[in-house]
Design a protein around this ligand. Structure first.
Ligand SMILES: Nc1nc2c(c(=O)[nH]1)N[C@H]1C(S)=C(S)[C@@H](COP(=O)(O)OP(=O)(O)OC[C@H]3O[C@@H](n4cnc5c(N)ncnc54)[C@H](O)[C@@H]3O)O[C@H]1N2
Ligand code: MOO
Length: 416
């Protein structure tokens, strides 16, 4: 299927589904020391070689006690003879008989024979031993963390395709793994195109503008853990763009460009891709971002983002990230969107899904409200900088009146 041949604009969800069907995820794995593994994608399932915790241990500082049989009708023992003390990291040698206790610290292995742990605050040391409050309230297992209650030996702890979070890395450490088997980093070639672009720090001649897209796009790619090779301000000629794309295709998994995908006299990106490879998709029913293009040059995927700064950012976030995540071997999940009440009118014409930039706040009654960050033109980058969310308006929706419900997508770590 080639969505370029389809008349009209391709709806965003259809486009994402199609693009994901075109991705062959990178599978080459490598070992990564756990201290550097956060944010990397697991290459294989992780199966626990141990129980966590490895042994029954105390959840409290107090006394591990053997109160005898805890049957109804019997009064449990309330005074215990202390046999010793056990600290975290130690093992008490011996078995507690009914009426005996051991002083125990949080995390220490529960001695054999102990049925429960009594918090220190509920005990009193007396001449005859250790007296406990309310022995009739005892339950077997009180304040004992059971061996394997977090993870059992043989459990699948994390699945291949998981992007490791700090908690995941802690989990891997807790089962003794020092190196995680992860997918190698993606190689992304990022090209910004345009003769009008000048690097920040230089004087700005008449007619030129400062290049800003690379400063928006590269950090997102870096946060994804990609190895990014960047060429800025590729000249607006077919030859220059073709040459840059050819070089990029030689060793990148994906080429991401900004600019030159529209219909202007100096928009050569699509023509260059068609000359070197194939173009599969152009023009989405989204605002901003309509001229987004997708294809491939040899085995290298191509994603052509529109040049307008907001369009480049929105398309990378909404369409590029699912593709990049999938290419990186990650299991792709749909974005989390929540309903919010529009606190003001939002202008919108039917025909394209709109990703307006807004500020969402949780109000007293537990209701999210959202307002626009103001001008929404695709050159108004400050509309994103001021925002904390996208207001996602469905393709066929018209203007939104105050009080209507809209869906918002809070900025995640890729945008904040
Ligand atoms: N006749 C039509 N004209 C345009 C259409 C259309 O459908 N018909 N679509 C518009 C839309 S929507 C967009 S989005 C833009 C996309 O155009 P390009 O991808 O070809 O982008 P450029 O023309 O190269 O640049 C657009 C705009 O963005 C500025 N720019 C580009 N790169 C950068 C950068 N790296 N840093 C900062 N700013 C950048 C550039 O100077 C232009 O102002 O086309 C519309 N036109
Ligand atoms: O789609 Mo363009 O990105 O509206 O400006």
């Amino acid at each position: 299927m080639n969505l370029c041949d389809k008349p009209g604009l391709t709806p965003v969800n259809e486009a994402i589904e199609y693009l994901l069907s075109q991705v062959t995820p990178v599978t080459e794995g490598e070992l990564c020391p756990l201290e550097h593994a956060c944010g990397r994608v697991l290459a294989e399932d992780v199966i626990s070689p141990v129980n966590v915790p490895p042994a029954d241990n105390s959840a409290m500082d107090g006394y591990a006690v053997n109160p005898g049989k805890l049957e109804s009708g019997r009064t449990p023992i309330g005074l215990f003879r202390q046999r010793g003390i056990v600290l975290a990291g130690e093992v008490f040698e011996g078995v507690l008989s009914a009426g005996e206790c051991v002083r125990i610290m949080t995390g220490a292995v529960v001695p054999d024979g102990a049925k429960l742990v009594v918090m220190q605050e509920n005990t009193e040391v007396v001449d005859a031993g250790v007296r406990v409050d309310n022995p009739e309230s005892f339950r077997h297992g009180d304040n004992i963390r059971r061996a394997g209650e977090d993870i059992r030996h043989g459990d699948v702890v994390l699945k291949a395709g998981r992007r490791l979070t700090p908690a995941d890395c802690g989990l891997l450490a807790s089962i003794g793994i020092a190196d995680a088997s992860v997918v190698r980093p993606l190689r992304v070639s990022l090209l910004t195109t345009g003769d009008e672009l000048i690097a920040p720090g230089n004087n700005l001649p008449a007619g030129k503008i400062y290049e800003s897209n690379s400063f928006v796009l590269r950090p997102v790619l870096n946060r994804l853990g990609a190895e990014v090779s960047l060429v800025t301000a590729v000249s607006d000629t077919l030859e220059a763009i073709q040459e840059a794309l050819e070089t990029a295709a030689a060793d990148a998994d994906i080429i991401i460009t900004s600019g030159g995908v529209s219909v202007g006299e100096a928009d050569f990106t699509r023509t260059a891709v068609e000359a070197l490879g194939q173009l599969d998709l152009w023009k989405l029913a989204m605002k901003p971002g309509k001229p987004l293009a997708f294809g491939r040059i040899g085995k290298t995927l191509f994603l052509g983002l529109p040049g307008n700064p907001v369009s480049a950012l929105v398309t990378l976030h909404q369409v590029g990230l699912p593709v990049l995540r999938s290419l990186a071997g990650e299991i792709v999940r749909p974005p989390i969107r929540i309903p919010a009440i529009a606190s003001e009118r939002l202008k919108k014409r039917p025909g394209r899904a709109d990703y307006q930039r807004g500020v969402a706040e949780l109000h007293d009654a537990g209701q999210w409200q959202v307002r626009s960050t103001g001008q929404q033109g695709s050159g108004i980058l400050s509309s994103v900088s001021k925002a904390n969310c996208f207001i996602v308006l469905e393709q066929e929706r018209g203007h939104v009146e105050p009080g209507e419900t809209v869906m918002v997508e809070m900025f995640d770590q890729w945008l904040s």
